[in-house]
Design a protein around this ligand. Structure first.
Ligand code: GTP
Ligand code: MG
Length: 705
């Protein structure tokens, strides 16, 4: 449901900023190289923000301003742009499209009212397009499709692409404009019905038909309008009357408009801007972003909606953090309610103590303009506040301490690279930089694995990690890299009992504790992978020693019991034991618990499991056989392989992550660079017996306490 009408008294100082009804915020996302950055450049040029259009290849665009972006000619992080059109302020977030940087794009979704997915007119739909469309749908955010590069495609190609889009994303996808004059212009089919001066001239399809289709789709959301439409007869309905219904159709995912343009030639840009300003929803017109709130400790969380009005209590969500050479740590936020003021005292998440903000800014690429206040619906930046973290909430009332954004489906970093410092003197610098990069990139982690004695960085793909290595180098930290050893985990497959009696007599007071316990497997989807239950009766072990036993048991989890890998999927029930009035101490029960647990695990048919990932590969259909065949050499299982219209195929498979360290390159050489894929954690699965035997044999146990 869209927000209720907003009329409430102004809270605190008067707000002189932009009215939410005037603001349009869009995330521009879509496959790598589909033209988002060039399109942003064109939009800035045509709205007077630029005198000359920059070029991605020459490294002169507003969006791709970092050294890494210029070098690779791809966006690697979101860029924040804004311009005015038809009396509205349009905020545009130009996001990276390579699947290795997808997390950055998805992280921006809660900041926008419209997700505009750019599709390359020649290359068509790829895995990234599908993924973004599906995330936007899950979050109930209005979507639109922008078919770019129409200068390169024939009318037949474009007509085929429309059919593909409708087949893939449903018949709710309908053109809102159509190319005409050989792709040099477009005609808006929502506003024109083919009978006026613009005529019925489109490069394919018919203005009249397309008008009828989109109008009928829109009015379906409103019974009253449907009746009126039937009375008036087709093609003679004033589209100006359809605004509310149009917003409703977008909000209910009953319509996904398709627009055509060429960022290069400028075709369709005016109409795109007109659609942004006149038809994309304002913050007041959409489904509110999904926040959760807990009213009191121990109670379940419930949905909570912000009201985008300046009078309310402040709620701003930080969806991007980066380090600027001059400003230090910068947090980019979207204000969802109330007004965020420079130098004000705010609360971050549930911190007890307030935080004093410094200067706040609006952004245009790397340029930042200082402002005094940022109101609801706006995107701003705050600098030099160390407490500001990715995904935190900035607010001004302890009543809102428990509010958080419902978790976004940001891809989990699976792809690993083992790293080692060339120069050990860089240890402290390396640790600082690792923490900084983890704070800035929701899809990057750095961890030390005790089992493999390796430091492993994880990200979404080979290119992502290569760029991370370059970022370390830019800070003077040289890293040596290698393929990481597989991150196995241990789990058990049978129930077993364990027992240990710990008794030590050294001079004075001794140590005594005896524990009987049982272990059994937990379901693989158990959230924590561990449960500890006290089943003792009659005080066989006094209550105060139970936490000590749990501590002993837990001490085994990290280092495993059979091969040195972390252990998961175990329920432990302590059911009996003995104690001694004088000699029983916590330490004695910690040791007894630990040893009894190891005893049980060794009898519980422990196995090694390894991470499996879900892969979705899109490529020209002639490579389908190669892709599925190659999967079987990787111990992978193909789940589906489908031919899509438009000469592409989609292969979905699960495979062990350890076999896919070089998949990006392998796919590239298999498909001559035309294939692409997304990869996501699927599940943990038992390793083949020969692998397991070898790994266990190589392990030298350390349980010598
Ligand atoms: N012919 C043609 N080429 C275009 C058009 N738009 C962009 N390009 C070219 O396509 C290439 C990729 O453009 P970008 O703007 O970097 O694409 P992007 O979507 O920002 O790419 P990522 O940042 O990697 O996601 C560049 O060489 C552009 O010049 C267009 O409308 N027509
Ligand atoms: Mg780009």
């Amino acid at each position: 449901m869209p927000h209720a009408s907003q009329t409430s008294p102004v809270h605190g100082a008067a707000f002189s900023g932009r009215a939410p009804a005037d603001i349009r915020t869009l995330v521009l996302c879509g496959g790598g190289g589909s033209g988002k950055t060039t399109l942003s450049e064109r939009l800035l040029l045509d709205t007077g923000k630029l005198k000359r259009m920059g070029s991605v290849l020459e490294g002169t665009t507003v969006s791709d301003y970092t050294e890494e972006e210029k070098k690779h000619a791809h966006s690697l992080q979101p860029a924040f742009l804004h311009f005015e059109y038809e009396g509205h302020l349009v905020n545009l977030i130009d996001t990276p499209g390579l699947s290795d940087f997808l997390g950055h794009a998805i992280a921006c979704f809660p900041a926008a009212e419209t997700i505009a997915v750019v599709v390359d007119a020649v290359k068509g739909i790829d895995s990234v397009t599908r993924r973004l469309m599906s995330v936007a749908q899950q979050r109930s955010i209005p979507r639109m499709l922008i078919v770019n590069k129409i200068d390169e495609a024939s009318p037949t190609d474009l007509e085929g692409l429309v059919a593909n889009l409708r087949e893939t994303f449903g018949n709710i996808c309908l053109p809102i404009n159509l190319p005409r004059a050989g792709g040099t212009r477009v005609v808006n089919v929502f506003e024109h019905d083919g009978t006026d001066a613009a005529g019925d001239r489109a490069d394919f399809s018919s203005v009249h038909e397309a008008h009828k289709q989109i109008v009928e789709q829109v009015i379906e959301v409103d019974d009253e309008l449907t009746l009126q439409y039937l009375e008036v007869g087709d093609g003679k309905f004033d589209p100006a009357k359809l605004h509310a219904a149009f917003e409703k159709a977008l909000g209910e995912a009953h319509l996904i408009p398709i627009c055509f343009c060429s960022a290069k030639s400028g075709a369709g840009i005016d109409d795109l801007l007109h659609i942004f300003a006149s038809l994309c929803p304002s913050p007041l017109e959409v489904n509110p972003p999904e926040f959760l709130k807990r009213d009191a400790e121990g109670e379940p969380e419930h949905e909570w909606n912000a009201l985008p009005e300046p009078g309310g209590k402040l709620i701003a969500h930080v969806f991007k953090v980066y380090t600027d050479p001059f400003l230090g740590r910068v947090g980019i936020f979207r204000v969802h309610q109330g007004v965020l003021r420079a130098k004000s005292e705010v609360i971050i998440d549930d911190h007890k103590k307030g935080t004093r903000l410094g200067h706040i800014f609006l952004l245009q690429g790397k340029e930042h303009v200082e402002v005094q206040e940022v109101g609801p619906g706006m995107i701003g930046a705050v600098a030099k506040v160390d407490d500001v973290k990715f995904n935190c909430l900035i607010h001004d009332s302890h009543e809102l301490d428990s509010v958080r954004l419902s978790p976004l489906p940001i891809p989990r970093p699976m792809f690993g690279l083992a790293v080692e410092l060339k120069n050990h003197a860089d240890e402290a610098k390396f640790s600082n930089a690792s923490h900084r990069f983890m704070a800035e990139d929701p899809c990057f982690t750095m961890e030390r694995s005790a089992a493999t004695a390796q430091t492993v960085m994880r990200g979404l793909g080979e290119m992502h990690l290569r760029i991370m290595v370059e970022k370390f180098r830019a800070l003077g930290i040289e890293l040596m890299t290698s393929t990481p050893k597989v991150a196995y985990k241990e789990t058990i497959t049978a129930k077993a009992d364990g027992h240990h009696r710990h008794k030590k007599q050294t001079g004075g007071a001794g140590q005594f504790g005896e524990v009987y316990l049982r272990v059994e497997p937990l379901p693989t989807d158990h959230p924590e992978g561990f449960e500890f239950v006290n089943e003792t009766v009659g005080g066989s072990i006094p209550r105060q020693f139970i936490p000590a036993i749990e501590k002993g048991v837990r001490s085994v989890l990290m280092e495993g019991a059979v091969a040195g890998y972390p252990l998961l999927g175990v329920r432990v029930s302590v059911y009996d034991g003995k104690y001694h009035d004088v000699d029983s101490k916590e330490i004695a029960f910690t040791t007894a618990g630990r040893r009894a647990f190891i005893d049980a695990i060794q009898k519980a048919r422990a196995v090694l499991v390894e991470p499996y990932v879900h892969l979705e590969v899109t490529a020209p259909s002639r490579y389908m056989g190669d892709i599925t065949g190659h999967m079987s050499t990787k111990r992978g299982r193909v789940q589906s392989s489908e031919l899509e219209s438009g000469d592409t195929c989609v292969v979905r498979a699960v495979a062990p992550l350890g076999e896919l360290q070089n998949y990006a390159n392998e796919l590239k050489s298999m498909t001559g660079g035309a294939g692409n894929f997304t990869m996501d954690f699927s599940h943990d699965e038992k390793t083949p017996p020969q692998v397991q035997t070898a790994v266990i044999a190589a392990y030298k146990p350390r349980h010598e306490d």
